[in-house]
Design a binder for this molecule. Sequence first.
Ligand SMILES: Cc1ncc(COP(=O)(O)O)c(C=O)c1O
Length: 405
Amino acid sequence: MSISQIARTISESATLKLNETAAILREKGDPVIHLGGGEPKSKVPVEAVVTTAGLLNTGEIRYTPADGIPALKKAIIRYTDEYYGRQVEPENVMASGGAKQAIMVCLQAILNPQEECLFPTPYWVSYPEMVKLCGAIPVPVTPEDGTFYPRLQDIEQRVSSYTKAVIINSPNNPTGAMYSEEFISDIVQFCEQKDLYLIMDDIYHRLIFEGRRPINCYKYAQNLDERSKLVVINGVSKQYAMTGFRIGWAVANKKLIEVMTNIQGHQTSGPSVVLQKAAVGAINGVQSSVDTLRLTLENNRNVMVDRLNSFEGVKLSPPDGTFYCFPDFSFYEKDSTKLAELLLKKVQVVTVPGVEFGLEGHLRLSYCGTIKDVTEGIERMKWALDPNSPNELYIGDRKLVRDWT
Ligand SMILES: Cc1ncc(COP(=O)(O)O)c(C=O)c1O
């Protein structure tokens, strides 16, 4: 079959594939525990359901402006004011089919073939593929000090005359690390000095623990007029547990939003009006579901970190936010794909290999499921890997006895 050169370079989304694998195994009746997922299990805010139902009841579901309905733009403007203290206009906002599409369209609007886009390692699985889809070159930057907290000097060293943009995702998928205020301030100012686009992927910015406050990148920008190359991405998927609604957005200078809207207009005509209405409901509604989710996640994180610390060979940097942690399992197995396969086969726990995020020897584990999933999942992993765990393990009423030492 003849396919394009770009298409040939694009790999399958590892995380979406794992979701499918877990679903297939569950359907077969296997007692799978899915620690690979990227979506909260809580219900969507009631306001999202009510506004959606209201529109559906009219029976009139039509096209919308490609950059989003006025009510959603208004809600995003209010959100930007509330969480960033920044006043923007409707022309600075584009709603999209998830934060994923907002980032993709933004990259298509700014990257020429062969130009480079930098992002710290470990990174969200889609960044390299999205950059490649533009014919451009992804440049992952690994912090030299071996931590999950990038330093400006690491990025500075990789910037070349081809560099066009930097993507920063904090708190971070897959590590849960929330980058320091100092780093955010440095990177904002550095990108301004070098005239680079800075895409702040803030999709997890309210899901942070121990009373931390979201960091506001605008605070450090010297230039916030219409020449600013700062792009802020957000969405309803994670904070409101609305992954299936597929609504995200970008806030940027008016010219860039105009170009992005032109691109999106030809690609999809914009997201569905039904789902945009739901997002309006969630953003304008009571925010207690976000607080409840954050507290649940913090509790789950504590349990997961506590259990992982009991492994002899696991090294762990406790997550500051999100619903992921990214422990180092290389003591047991350096090849993370092999390790994930072994865990699925032996104890039916789904994890995501670290190599998918650019860092071998690690696994991404999610704590967005139930506390039972977290405790049982880690217990099974411990049985499979750690000789200090009890010799026997029950999966349902099936008893497993360790056949290795
Ligand atoms: C870092 C990061 N950015 C963006 C997204 C995309 O979110 P959405 O569901 O709004 O497309 C995800 C989803 O997993 C993510 O982890």
